[in-house]
Design a binder for this molecule. Structure first.
Ligand code: 5GP
Length: 177
């Protein structure tokens, strides 16, 4: 059931603004393409890129999701590939949350095999205590504890993505108002 607010829309807004400024100063002399990892990235990627004061290209990739479970299976399957050619481009891989690290580890490897000039990871959330493989985002919004969260793009069984705040989700717990 939907639980307490873990990160409010105001805090998200402030941190996305800070991240956009950091990324904008990193863009000097680069040929950037922002690749969003569907579907959780959508609100984050659109808010982030709108606050970058430079024309940038966006594309999307999709890996397999957890379905109706709240734990990672540890193996990643590509569901949708990008259409852009990333050779010699500076790739910013934009993800909602890094948990065990497997998804981004595999996606970075996949992109790197296509000979980009650089690949950097941009993540809104990270749960460092859950990491099973080394993965440090180059740009990070928030570190959170080991709780399952929904909202601002993050789902449980495809629901709750459109919540403006990030909430804890407690399977079978009491609904909060
Ligand atoms: P990883 O491969 O790092 O274990 O998992 C990354 C993916 O797991 C994220 O893109 C996201 O789809 C999902 N995930 C991990 N933690 C959470 C969470 O707390 N809430 C939701 N909704 N998805 C999560």
């Amino acid at each position: 059931m939907l639980g307490r607010i873990v990160i409010s829309r105001e805090r998200i807004d402030a941190v996305v603004g800070r991240m956009a400024a950091e990324i904008e100063s990193d863009l000097e002399n680069r040929d950037p393409i922002f690749i969003g990892v569907l579907k959780g990235c959508v609100y984050f990627l659109t808010d982030l890129t709108r606050r970058i004061g430079r024309p940038v290209e966006i594309d999307f990739i999709q890996a397999s999701s957890y379905g109706a479970s709240t734990t990672s299976s540890g193996s990643v399957v590509l569901v949708k590939d990008i259409t852009a050619d990333v050779r010699d481009r500076d790739v910013y891989l934009v993800e909602d949350i890094v948990d065990t690290g497997y998804t981004l580890h595999d996606l970075v490897k996949l992109i790197q095999a296509r000979h980009p000039r650089s690949v950097q990871v941009v993540a809104l959330l990270s749960k460092p205590s859950r990491r099973e493989i080394e993965l440090d985002p180059d740009f990070l919004g928030f570190e959170i504890d080991d709780v399952f969260v929904v909202g601002y793009g993050l789902d449980f069984d495809e629901r709750y993505r459109n919540l403006p705040d990030i909430h804890e989700f407690v399977p079978d717990g009491p609904e909060s108002s």
